[in-house]
Design a protein around this ligand. Structure first.
Ligand code: CUA
Length: 398
């Protein structure tokens, strides 16, 4: 019986290992990237893309080092005990009893205390440095609102509003003011910063400085409803020159559609009511119930990062909203294939005027990371931002 249970345990463990391997390797490779699309990095916390994440990974290795050290000592004693026990054939003699041994009790209380005290110093220092209030003064400020199940990014200085993709320049700090529009979410782009919760009625801050170009995968890290697993995001880190071009382009209005299919699609955008929730520069600027679609044609992903931005995926998304993303607020409008194609033609025509962001990302592949000077980053501003009513203050900040 016992042997059978052990055997079942092995099968179960192998099954879980195989399943997680499968999920992690193929899931985002297949659905969220497409040929010609910028390559999406694997979101490893150890493959860092900012000094902030590097700080966290250093802390990880420090804790790991202590853990391995402790484990090695405990294992060594254990092995020595087993060997000694096997050698000592005379089992009739009771081994020495150590219960109530004061020296041992003190030793295993004080040693962990010392280890934890040593770890406390760099941990507190990292928490302090990585908090939003320690962000450099010249940081680009972005108000991020998490909603079921997407992210709004509103750039404080330029007024650019976008969704699900943070665009930022390499070498400049980005400060995020995080708020929630409904329930709790958690902002997490593993390669650039740690998780920070978005709490209703409370504003949190986070900052990081991207140190290399690329597209970095992010994910909501707090269970927030049906499609928590489908609430993803991306960081698009551009060279400073390209960022300037992006910012200039994103402030303009998209060129009106020319192709017949897209023109019909633009009419559907109004008549089907899309315009009531979504904003498009040049059409309506202040509708923020749903994601801002101004330059959706230039984004690398759709549906909050779960699908690569291809016409096929867009049609699928528009026709089967609730199947693609259960619990989504966007209603299924019952579009037929033809209407979905027209609407897709329009949405894909909404590209950044004069700036091909996908080409910019693709051509940057393989470029060396820049050295980010974070010497002044530890200098915190005097005041900690207080904004209890997050949403109202975010709206006013626009
Ligand atoms: Cu938002 Cu999980």
């Amino acid at each position: 019986m016992k042997r059978r249970i052990r055997w079942l345990q092995w099968v179960f463990s192998a099954f879980v290992a195989a399943l997680s391997g499968l999920l992690f390797s193929s899931a985002w490779a297949s659905s969220i990237s497409a040929p010609g699309m910028p390559k999406l990095s694997t979101p490893s916390v150890l493959d860092t893309a900012s000094p902030n994440a590097l700080e966290i990974s250093r802390l990880f290795w420090l804790v790991m080092g202590f853990s391995i050290f402790v484990m090695a000592i405990v294992t060594a004693f254990m092995i020595a005990g087993i060997i000694g026990g096997v050698r000592d054939r005379d089992h009739s003699v009771e081994p020495p009893q150590t219960h109530g041994n004061l020296k041992l009790e003190v030793a295993w209380t004080v040693i962990p205390l010392i280890i934890l005290a040593i770890l406390l110093v760099p941990t507190l220092s990292a928490i302090y440095q990585l908090d939003g209030f320690a962000a450099p003064k010249d940081a680009i400020e972005i108000n991020v609102v998490g909603r079921q199940f997407w992210w709004e990014m509103a750039y404080k200085d330029s007024g650019v509003v976008t969704a699900n993709e943070v665009v930022a320049p390499v070498g400049t700090a980005v400060k995020l003011n995080l708020a929630s529009g409904d329930t709790m979410h958690s902002f997490w782009i593993p390669q650039v910063a740690g998780k920070t919760d978005l709490v209703p009625g409370n504003q949190r801050t986070l900052w990081f400085t991207p140190d290399r170009e690329g597209v970095f995968y992010g994910h909501c890290a707090e269970i927030c409803g049906d499609s928590h697993a489908n609430m993803r995001l991306r960081l698009v880190a551009l060279s400073p020159e390209n960022y300037k071009k992006w910012q200039a382009a994103a402030q303009k209005a998209a060129a009106p559609p020319k192709a017949e299919l897209a023109v019909t699609g633009s009419q559907l955008f109004i008549s089907k009511g899309c315009v009531n929730c979504h904003a498009v520069n040049g059409v309506n600027t202040y509708n923020r119930t749903g994601p801002n679609l101004s330059f959706i044609g230039s984004r690398t992903s759709i549906a909050a990062g779960i699908l690569a931005n291809t016409p096929e995926n867009m049609i699928r998304w528009l026709r089967y909203t609730d199947t693609v993303k259960p619990g989504v607020a966007m209603p299924n409008l019952g579009l037929n294939q033809e209407e979905a194609e027209q609407l897709t033609a329009y949405l894909e025509s909404l590209t950044l005027p004069g700036f091909d962001i996908k080409r910019a990302i693709n051509s940057s592949e393989g470029t060396e990371p820049v050295k980010v000077d974070d010497s002044d980053s530890a200098e915190p501003k005097a005041e900690v931002p207080t904004a209890p009513n997050n949403l109202a203050s975010l709206e006013n900040a626009q």
